[in-house]
Design a protein around this ligand. Sequence first.
Ligand SMILES: Cc1ncc(COP(=O)(O)O)c(C=O)c1O
Length: 357
Amino acid sequence: MNKHGGYQGNKEQVIDFSVNISPFGPPQSVKQGIMESIETIEKYPSIDGGDYRYLLQEAFSLDKLDPRQLIIGNGAMELIYLFARSLKPERVLLIQPTFNEYQRAFELVGTKVEYFILEENSGFTIPEDRLIKKIQNLKPEVLLLCSPNNPTGVRYDKKLLKGIARELSDWGGILFVDESFGEFVLDKDPYGTTGINNIFILRSLTKFYGIPGLRLGYGIGHSSLIEKLLEHKEPWTVNTFALKALEKIAAEKEYPRQLADWLREEKTYLEKHFQALENPGLKIYPSYVNFYLGKIQGIPAKLVQEKLLEAGIYLRTCEDFQGLDHEHFRFAVRTGKDNEKLIQGFRKILKELSDHK
Ligand SMILES: Cc1ncc(COP(=O)(O)O)c(C=O)c1O
């Protein structure tokens, strides 16, 4: 299994910045809906979630799409593995550094996985000309990227994505865009790159709605691709409670607004205070979402992690991502007091380091 965030140690009262999920937990309406639907577990849920796709359209303003362009999954994760299993492409190109499950999903079905590694000194942005050349040379059946990207927080431009899709279409290739963190983008466009024949978009409800234990995600793609995925999908993977949660989320107007307000405020706070730490070795990369990638030049992230843990704060080291190294770490945005503690923790570390020089 790949490494993921989440504190596993035995220290009590740790503030876990290593998981990039809403710190508020699910909306009350979701919890209540689940409690109220307890009796319904006596019946099988919908075989493939097909009848519930209209709820995705309501929840995420996707009413311009045909329901046949949508698929519901047991988390976004099910759809990553289902996509790989259904298409079994010979060659996939991954834009790295990125979420590490894509590689596993494709390698398990015998796909050759190739990388295009983004450079840190270009802020992990995509050099369009170089990528297009690589695509033309390699002719991958699938190019997969995550936008906004986990763990860099970079969002790729819509025009660039359309250009990549156009290139791939010459040999029937598909652009797979994982937008699992898309709900956190403050100026989001629900349609983005939807409706383009050879783009498959993946979204997760886990992160924004604070429901990792429930498992709910969805995909958007051309109806023929969705049909193919449905042919390979196992029955009943999306359970009764997850479908109930979707119904509640579709009716939930307040929670997304609250999350946007929280995120705007806390990102402003964190960015201002990290800047005020004024340390030439400290680098926190700009991010569109609810987490940041960073490093302290010359200092192993493991040491930063250990030092912060002494103050009850836990962040994720990133040495397991292709294109990152032992200095990189990732932390999520949490609520006010937690974020203040994070800043205090970094202030202390940086002071200790400069005292040692
Ligand atoms: C980029 C990305 N995509 C997909 C997933 C899987 O999300 P889910 O919990 O909906 O399966 C994750 C989980 O960490 C992720 O970071």
